[in-house]
Design a protein around this ligand. Structure first.
Ligand SMILES: [Fe+2]
Ligand SMILES: [Fe+2]
Length: 410
């Protein structure tokens, strides 16, 4: 079609183009600019175009009439198409709200199974398959600033090859380097849990809640990077990972076994990753070498975002469902009871933390390292207490719950 073929805003000439060669495209396009009930005049010259147009209009739900006075030989015939209210694949289609999260119908309280993978805001054709996404209720998953968290995370991504100076010179005494390797071995399994827990929920989350979907997806990418840099730190001086304990893995398994998104976010992000932020801050200041300190500094920023997303979700949910706090408190207590027999932080990790803070094996240095780790444990409990109070727990209960958190930290 050329521009000169358009005779007026409500008349188009499809010239020699047949409906078997794409004539429906300009007709359909012209109709979309009309309101239901308005008319479009169409003319053409392709053999049989009148019959084809008639069939097409019937299939799309538009009324068609022919203008009189075009019977004479050689004169063009004009059809008048009245735009139907709904036509073609749009007829009966289910509308999935609005793509803009600020629009009132963007974030339905419940996402329909039939919307499936469609873009939010799309019209889903009748007959599209139903998808079972277990997390399809806004109140069970939502965080008001999920979009902002994704945006911040996307802007704060870092490349381990560029952000870390792997060539920085240092030489830890062998027992101190071994202590770093033990801590990193422990870190990797905790990072694996922090990756797998949100990844499992992400696969169950209805794509309608795409801002939260994106925030979880980039959080998972963060964790993959953390596993990478800790592994590289382990191998930096030619070592292999050291001990993974039954107690540590039992604690992490209890996170993977939690089926409720909010309870899992609470245990993993608010308590576990929150405690991890304090541990990383400790390594940022007390790490024995500049490489370990650099890694810790970069991870603190990522983990602080993960904690903030978890807090944002829980604040959203407890504001609507204050009794959720009872379940959250029970989750800590049950986990504490279940893990009571599994032991606490393994001796290897605990001793390794003392050794990295001591940096050498003299009695004076060991005393300093021990005092630093005692302070670390107090700082961790204080952080948990502060977050619990922000979530609306009474101070005495927050104190109690902060102290019941797993001794594995995560
Ligand atoms: Fe992490
Ligand atoms: Fe994390």
């Amino acid at each position: 079609m050329t521009n000169k073929a358009v005779l007026s805003s409500a008349t188009i000439d499809i010239e020699a183009l047949g409906f078997d060669a794409g004539a429906h495209l300009p007709v359909r396009h012209a109709l979309t600019s009309l309101a239901p009930g308005e008319e479009l005049r169409v003319t053409g010259t392709a053999p049989g175009w009148e019959v084809q147009l008639d069939e097409w209009c019937r299939s799309q739900g538009h009324a068609l009439r022919w203008e009189a006075g075009a019977a004479r030989q050689g004169e063009r015939r004009f059809a008048c198409i009245e735009r139907g209210a709904e036509y073609g694949r749009w007829r009966g289609a289910s509308h999935t709200g609005h793509s803009d999260p600020r629009a009132p119908d963007a974030l339905a309280v419940r996402a329909a199974r039939g919307w499936g993978l469609a873009a939010r805001g799309a019209h889903v054709e009748t007959g599209s398959p139903a998808f079972a996404f277990r997390l399809d209720c806004k109140d069970e998953v939502w965080a008001d600033n999920a979009a902002e968290f994704y945006k911040q995370a996307a802007a704060a991504q870092w490349n381990p090859d560029e952000a870390i100076d792997w060539d920085v010179p240092f030489d830890n005494p062998p027992p101190v380097e071994a202590a770093v390797v033990q801590i990193m071995t422990y870190m990797v399994e905790n990072e694996n849990a922090a990756l797998v827990v949100p990844a499992r929920f992400l696969g169950q989350l209805h794509p309608r809640y795409r801002e939260l979907q994106a925030a979880l997806a980039i959080q998972i990418a963060d964790e993959a990077r953390h596993v990478e840099v800790f592994t590289r730190r382990i191998r930096h001086k030619g070592h292999e990972p050291l001990l993974s304990t039954a107690g540590g893995q039992t604690s992490l398994k209890s996170l993977l076994d939690e089926p409720d998104f909010s309870v899992a976010s609470f245990l993993l992000s608010v308590l576990g990753e929150g405690t991890f932020v304090t541990l990383l801050q400790f390594l940022q200041t007390d790490g024995p070498d500049p490489l370990t300190r650099q890694i810790a500094r970069l991870l603190v920023r990522d983990e602080a975002r993960h904690v903030a997303l978890g807090m944002s979700h829980l604040l959203y949910r407890v504001a609507r469902e204050p009794e959720l706090r009872v379940r959250l408190a029970q989750a800590i207590e049950h986990r504490h009871d279940a893990l009571a027999a599994a032991g606490g932080l393994n001796e290897e990790v605990f001793d390794a933390l003392i050794l990295v803070a001591a940096r050498e094996l003299t009695p004076g240095a060991a005393a300093h390292g021990y005092a630093r780790v005692q302070q670390l444990l107090r700082d961790m409990a204080d952080g948990r207490y502060t977050r619990l109070v922000r979530l609306g727990f009474e101070r005495a209960q927050a104190q109690e719950l902060a102290s019941l958190h797993t001794r594995n930290f995560m």
